[in-house]
Design a protein around this ligand. Structure first.
Ligand SMILES: Cc1cc2nc3c(=O)[nH]c(=O)nc-3n(C[C@H](O)[C@H](O)[C@H](O)COP(=O)(O)OP(=O)(O)OC[C@H]3O[C@@H](n4cnc5c(N)ncnc54)[C@H](O)[C@@H]3O)c2cc1C
Length: 356
């Protein structure tokens, strides 16, 4: 077996950005695909649950995990130059932001809008991360997944990944007993800037460069978002709701709510705006609170428990439904004692009502 670290019933506090103080029976760091195969095999044979994590920046552990938490540190980056574009082949344990910095330093442009998003490459694909008008799917070429049942590797090309807003086939068909091990990305040599509406106040299009966009985005994010090293959080707790045009128009007329019409005819509504405009007064449950500068982010001020975070989230969920008739859906993955828990078990997510 390859070199790896073993711990016994160790705290996960430093391995989830919410900084929830829970434990796992075992925490194992893996650096190779073979280690991942070996460990998952042992777990399967011994009937022990296991879960793969990257940086733990999109999870909320609800209680102590009774199984093995496998921390993916499988690394490697290969860059191939073609006449009109660059191809990146990146292993899933690489950090996303490091890739953004590395490519820009090499003069390979196109990832700058996704600067400073925490987490690993594998999760970026699973989650179809996005920010400032760009999503992972826009640069994806393929995703390689390993079946932990029979150790086969399958390449899923972009068009079969079923990418949508913070979603992909890896959260559905391939969510169990599969690991994302590698992704392929394609970046054109003909760079064009993506200046999302919220960037317009900060950027002039004259002499715009990818480096300027990168720097501005890093500056805005550092100012607006809590640094998980200092304040526990997992970014946006809820997704921005996608609602039908007619319903959106009513909300726009009533409240002038920021809205983003989508190609599929639905309209994306800013969940942060909904929470901000509910005007919660000093809402805090234990050490769980709403981040002042970005209301979609729930924070662990010091020693919050997952139950406190959930209680807070449930209050927000209920109030937004009551005032705006919108059901917010968690973006964060909820992890129970032996695995992922469907958000609908905790939050009311009537699929008929979800797209209103
Ligand atoms: C401050 C802050 C800002 C953020 N800003 C953004 C943003 O702008 N846009 C955005 O989209 N997201 C944002 N996020 C959310 C988060 O960074 C992303 O969802 C990120 O992709 C999660 O990566 P991770 O490696 O930490 O995933 P983890 O939390 O470790 O895992 C997430 C899920 O993927 C599974 N998983 C992880 N790796 C693998 C693998 N290799 N194979 C199979 N399953 C796996 C896990 O089991 C888990 O269910 C933010 C988070 C924080 C804390």
């Amino acid at each position: 077996m390859h070199k790896k670290k073993y711990f016994s019933s160790q705290s996960l506090k430093d391995l989830n950005t919410f900084a929830i103080d829970v434990t796992a029976k075992k925490i194992i760091f893996v650096k190779t695909i073979q280690s991942l195969i070996d460990i998952s095999k042992i777990c399967q044979l011994s009937n022990i649950p296991y879960i793969i994590l990257g940086e733990g920046s999109n999870v909320l552990f609800l209680e102590n995990y009774v199984g093995v938490v496998i921390i993916n540190r499988i690394k490697g980056i290969k860059i191939v130059e073609k006449k009109n574009f660059w191809l990146l082949h990146v292993f899933s344990g690489e950090k996303w932001h490091n890739l953004v910095k590395l490519t820009l330093n090499l003069g390979i442009l196109g990832l700058e809008n996704l600067a400073l998003i925490p987490g690993c490459i594998g999760s970026a694909a699973i989650q179809n991360i996005g920010a400032y008008g760009l999503e992972f799917k826009d640069v994806c070429q393929y995703v390689d997944i390993l079946s932990l049942r029979d150790n086969t590797i399958k390449r899923i090309y972009k068009n079969s990944c079923k990418f949508s807003y913070r979603n992909s086939i890896f959260k559905d068909q391939y969510k169990n007993e599969h690991a994302v091990i590698r992704v392929g990305m394609k970046l054109s040599k003909k760079w064009r800037p993506i200046v999302f509406s919220s960037l317009e106040n900060y950027i002039t299009l004259i002499n715009i460069t990818a480096y300027k966009i990168f720097n501005i985005i890093c500056k805005i994010r550092k100012k607006k978002l809590p640094d998980p090293k200092k304040i526990g959080n997992a970014g946006s707790f809820f997704k921005n709701p996608l609602i039908k045009k007619k319903k959106a128009q009513k909300l726009i007329n009533l409240y002038k709510v920021p809205n983003y019409p989508q190609k599929n005819g639905l309209v994306k509504i800013s969940a942060a705006w909904l929470i901000e405009n509910y005007k919660f007064k000093h809402l805090q449950i234990g050490d769980a609170a709403i981040h002042k500068k970005q209301k979609l982010i729930l924070i662990n001020k010091k020693n919050a428990t997952a139950q406190e975070i959930i209680k807070l989230a449930k209050i927000i969920h209920k109030c937004i439904l009551k005032k705006f008739n919108i059901l917010l859906e968690p973006e964060v993955d909820l992890i129970g004692a032996s695995g992922k828990i469907k958000a609908s078990k905790i939050f009311k997510l009537n699929s008929k009502l979800k797209v209103i």
